[in-house]
Design a protein around this ligand. Structure first.
Ligand code: ITT
Length: 196
């Protein structure tokens, strides 16, 4: 299977403009044009980010018939046995960063990781293709809001960094993040599949 990259646009189905902006910048390095599609996707309840992303990609494709990317991400905290993981969106909406920090009050082991799964589907494919990325780091003791990023960024500091994701411009977050790593694998695959 191969397809023509030139003149082709893919679509990122998401309601999160921050995720889209990170993806656009990342894919731009590979000369892959991407548009944001606010199509309502279903998010099935599952412990597997891969399963969630694949199902959403198929659902979004059914609705629009366009080459589509869906990404599902989560924050996994060691001391909380991987919580909130696939439930990150709900946990962020309900207890937020303050709530998560409260759960971590006096907890010494602050290790955590972000994971991302990008699922791509288009008419050339039989089933969605998935690409994974992760970044290890720690949950800070206090909120460090640098007004960049979104979600848990103000409380997540990647390893070997003295800044949270929220204190980094997108270009810097994109050198390290789970999403950037998953998108890099996707972009390398996509470019290879093309005829250029
Ligand atoms: P869509 O499903 O519409 O794409 P979403 O915001 O619901 O957008 P996810 O389900 O993938 O996206 O993400 C779950 C939550 O995890 C998200 O709402 C954030 O709170 C958090 N999250 C994911 N990636 C993050 C990142 O790079 N930085 C900070 N928090 C992140």
């Amino acid at each position: 299977m191969s397809f023509q990259l030139k003149g082709k646009v893919i679509f990122f189905a998401t309601n999160n403009i921050n995720k889209f902006n990170e993806a656009r910048e990342m894919l731009n390095h590979y000369k892959i044009a991407v548009g944001m599609l606010r199509v309502k996707t279903i998010e099935i309840q599952s412990e597997s980010l891969e399963e969630i992303a694949q199902t959403s990609a198929l659902y979004a494709f059914e609705k629009c018939g366009l080459p589509i990317i869906v990404e599902d991400a989560g924050l996994f905290v060691d001391a909380l046995n991987g919580f909130p993981g696939p439930y990150s969106s709900y946990v962020y909406k309900t207890i937020g960063n303050e709530g998560l920090l409260r759960l971590m009050n006096n907890v010494e082991n602050r290790r955590a990781k972000f994971q991302s799964v990008v699922a791509y589907f288009s008419e050339e494919l039989k089933s969605p293709v998935c690409f994974k990325g992760e970044v290890h780091g720690e949950i800070t003791v206090k909120i460090h809001d640098g007004n960049s990023g979104f979600g848990f960024d103000p409380i997540f500091k990647p390893v070997n960094s003295d800044k949270t994701f929220s204190e980094m411009p997108t270009s810097e977050k994109n050198k390290l993040s789970h999403r950037a790593r998953a998108l890099k694998s996707f972009a390398e695959w996509y470019t290879k599949e093309s005829d250029l």
